[in-house]
Design a binder for this molecule. Structure first.
Ligand code: C2G
Length: 133
């Protein structure tokens, strides 16, 4: 069984996230998603609208996601890959090159981001809509 892992906040889940998750799952047989906790998000300078428990539950409902684990710090990836016997690490290509150190432990693949959609854009667009409505 080829195990795949990916990491992210996955706030306000949108098609860019789902494209990434589906394509990551299609590269193996089992997909683990490490979802940034609310505390770690603060470290990343991000404030998720949806609490971690809800982001976890939403992702677990996706047929392409087999397991959700917490991402609590930057340095957990090697341990996660080893402990979960991961064969493939996948991230969107906005992270291209950032995690090449994992090539010592597993395959590393960066997938093209879905253009035109992001959680930041959703939040911005909603704010503008509120202002003019
Ligand atoms: N993504 C994508 N297309 C988009 C938006 C996001 O392919 N339009 C991908 C990102 O490249 C990433 C994943 O979806 O691989 C999750 O994106 P975020 O929730 O923004 O996660 P991020 O803040 O990049 O956190 O340790 C790694 C970090 O936790 C990654």
């Amino acid at each position: 069984m080829k195990k795949v892992i990916t990491y992210g906040t996955f706030d306000l889940l949108h098609k860019g996230h789902v494209n990434l998750l589906q394509r990551a799952r299609d590269l193996g047989d089992y997909l683990i998603v490490a979802v940034s906790t609310d505390t770690f998000n603060a470290l990343k300078g991000k404030a998720a609208y949806t609490p971690w428990e809800d982001r976890k539950m939403i992702l677990e409902a996706l047929s392409c996601v087999d397991e959700v684990i917490p991402e609590t710090h930057w340095e957990q990836k090697i341990k996660d890959v080893k402990e979960n016997k991961v064969d493939l690490f996948v991230m969107g290509d906005d992270w291209s090159g950032e995690f090449d150190f994992l090539r010592e432990y597993c395959e590393v693949v960066y997938i093209p981001r879905t253009v035109g959609v992001s959680t930041t854009k959703i939040k911005k667009d909603l704010k503008i809509t509120q202002l003019i409505s």
